[in-house]
Write a protein that binds this ligand. Structure first.
Ligand code: AMP
Length: 117
């Protein structure tokens, strides 16, 4: 499977589509999900072109992998989620991954049930 540079997150990274940014650095962009599944629902995407976690592990440098994980935790810190959160990576068809650019969902802001993603 090759990376589709027309996916919606690639367009966000190219500033072709607006986003509500929570956090940004050299490695990640974090922004509010357009269709929130919890009171707080933020997506963190790497700036590199990776379809899913396996694609990143196979092709990214250790620096990029570290940068992605650090960016996720910097986003959690920026959101001040003192009561907790859920971190979800939907990968592939069985998980219902819609956008083929690696993304972490951060869900928080309320008591989360099994229905939250
Ligand atoms: P997944 O099903 O894991 O691929 O999740 C994709 C997520 O991207 C969904 O929760 C969508 O609501 C969200 N989404 C799609 N388009 C946009 C957009 N333009 N801005 C923010 N979030 C988006």
């Amino acid at each position: 499977m090759t990376y589709d540079s027309n996916n919606v997150f690639a367009k966000i990274l190219r500033h072709e589509i607006p986003n509500k940014t929570v956090y940004e650095d050299d490695f990640v962009l974090a922004f509010y999900d357009i269709n929130p599944k919890a009171k707080i629902h933020v997506l963190v995407i790497p700036k590199g072109e990776y379809i899913n976690f396996q694609d990143m592990l196979d092709h990214a440098s250790q620096n990029e992998i570290d940068g992605f994980l650090k960016g996720i935790f910097a986003t959690i810190k920026a959101l001040n989620l003192t009561d907790g959160y859920r971190l979800v990576f939907n990968t592939g068809r069985d998980a219902g991954q819609e956008v083929p650019h690696l993304h972490a969902h951060i869900l928080a802001g309320e008591k989360l049930s099994a229905d939250h993603l």
